[in-house]
Design a protein around this ligand. Structure first.
Ligand SMILES: NC(=O)c1ccc[n+]([C@@H]2O[C@H](COP(=O)([O-])OP(=O)(O)OC[C@H]3O[C@@H](n4cnc5c(N)ncnc54)[C@H](O)[C@@H]3O)[C@@H](O)[C@H]2O)c1
Length: 396
């Protein structure tokens, strides 16, 4: 099987720090040919480090390289412009989260991909973490029964948070209630080199078609673990038979059901193997008195740390889609839905906690503000793809 030629666009914190090291480890699948970043120093530095060709402009990259797949890791406001340009050039795409910053710009991407018959995967990574893949198996195995409520307090937020709530609920969202609040904080730079001058706090309550409900609390400062915020989080999934609290799976023995029904916590066992000097997770296994649930790492032949597995997983999802002509695992429908839930939660906050119903049919005030801010900051309408690909989108 011949390898896929891949190029990365936007070698910033995510692209340079998380994606490039993983692409280098997947060298049986990918041949990294080029790195493009509008910042010349960044492009040159990473191209040298990874023995690839540097570019500072997407047009030049497409003109000079023979690329099968592009990994887009530029800021979210630029995703639709760069993705549509590449789709028009017939190149398959994996794009960082979110799919795009609003639903109309997401739809532009989806349309461009469809029109050009290219595969488009979005790099939603949270559900691909070994711990979450294992918990999906626990829920599928009916260990806690039907999921009724999900609490994710002080964990990931926005579209990432919504993605986890939707996955755990196992249904389609029907309504969203949001409370949002913004308050100043002293200027800080967090451990991921992100600047914050305000705390943007949100609470989301989502109802699903199967009667499950979910509650999420998030803020950028909590997520950054800065200023002492968010040092403890609550991740709890309540089912009809048991509960998952963090890493503990509570199951009630049959003989105790009518005498207190106190759940007993069980912890899964993790095993690792050494692959080229890296401690690689091999499997996560939960042994219950009458049942065993096992998640085996399908990528265990690669020297990937646990944090790198989700990134490798999404890169392999687009490779598989291209090579086998199938749809990528997460894909645009779920990516759009998770962004729609995120927008609805913010819109509800804006409209004084009005409950928003799905699907969203009109352009929300939240999206109108995003489009207006974009135009004010970059001097062209957000739909102007040609202008977008030549624009420098600075770090937040
Ligand atoms: N999945 C996750 O957990 C996760 C985490 C962090 C960031 N992200 C996503 O990753 C993406 C990048 O975020 P980041 O924090 O690395 O941003 P960043 O600002 O650190 O990096 C972006 C890079 O893109 C370059 N760039 C800007 N405009 C360009 C253009 N027109 N052409 C080519 N290059 C251009 C910049 O020079 C910069 O090096 C965003 O979409 C973000 O939402 C996802």
């Amino acid at each position: 099987m011949s390898k896929l030629n891949i190029a990365l666009i936007g070698a910033g914190r995510r692209g340079g720090g998380s994606h490039l090291p993983v692409i280098a480890k997947l060298n049986d699948i990918y041949n990294l040919v080029a790195i493009c970043d509008i910042d010349e120093e960044t492009a040159t530095q990473y191209a040298k480090q990874y023995n690839a060709n540097p570019y500072t402009n997407v047009r030049d990259l497409v003109e000079h390289e023979n690329i099968d797949v592009v990994d887009i890791t530029v800021p979210g406001v630029a995703h639709h412009s760069i993705a549509c340009f590449l789709a028009d050039a017939g190149i398959h795409i994996i794009c960082e989260t979110p799919i795009a910053v609003t639903l109309p710009t997401s739809d532009m991407m989806i349309e461009c991909a469809k029109k050009n018959n290219i595969k488009l995967e979005i790099a939603e990574n949270y559900y691909r973490a070994p711990k979450e893949r294992f918990l999906s198996k626990v829920i599928e195995a009916d260990i806690i029964g039907d999921v009724a409520r999900i609490y994710r307090i002080f964990y990931e937020g926005g579209y990432h948070g919504m993605s986890m709530l939707r996955l755990r609920a196992g249904g389609d969202p029907t309504s969203a209630l949001g409370i949002t609040q913004s308050s100043p904080v002293i200027p800080i730079m967090d451990r991921m080199k992100r600047n914050h001058t305000s705390e943007n706090w949100s609470l989301g309550f989502i109802e699903f078609s199967n009667n499950a409900t979910a509650l999420m609390v998030y803020s950028n400062v909590i997520h950054a673990r800065s200023l002492g915020r968010g040092q403890t989080g609550i991740s709890q999934i309540d089912g009809s038979k048991g509960t998952i609290v963090g890493d503990e799976i509570y199951v009630t023995p049959a003989e105790d059901l009518q005498s207190g029904a106190k759940g007993i916590p069980h912890r899964a066992k993790r095993t690792t193997i050494d692959v080229d000097g890296v401690d690689v997770i091999e499997k996560i296994e939960l042994e219950l008195p009458d049942q065993t649930v096992t998640w085996e790492n399908p990528l265990r032949k690669y020297p990937l740390t646990e944090g790198q597995i989700p990134v490798a997983d999404e890169l392999l999802s687009i490779a598989k889609a291209v090579l086998e002509d199938i749809e990528p695992e997460y894909g645009t429908t779920l990516a759009r839905q998770d962004q729609e839930m995120n927008i609805a939660m913010n819109e509800s906050g804006k409209r004084s906690k009005e409950t928003i119903l799905f699907p969203l049919t009109d352009l929300t005030e939240t999206e109108k503000a995003t489009h207006a801010n974009y135009e004010k900051q970059y001097g062209h309408p957000i739909e102007d793809i040609e202008a977008g690909i030549d624009t420098f989108f600075p770090r937040r």
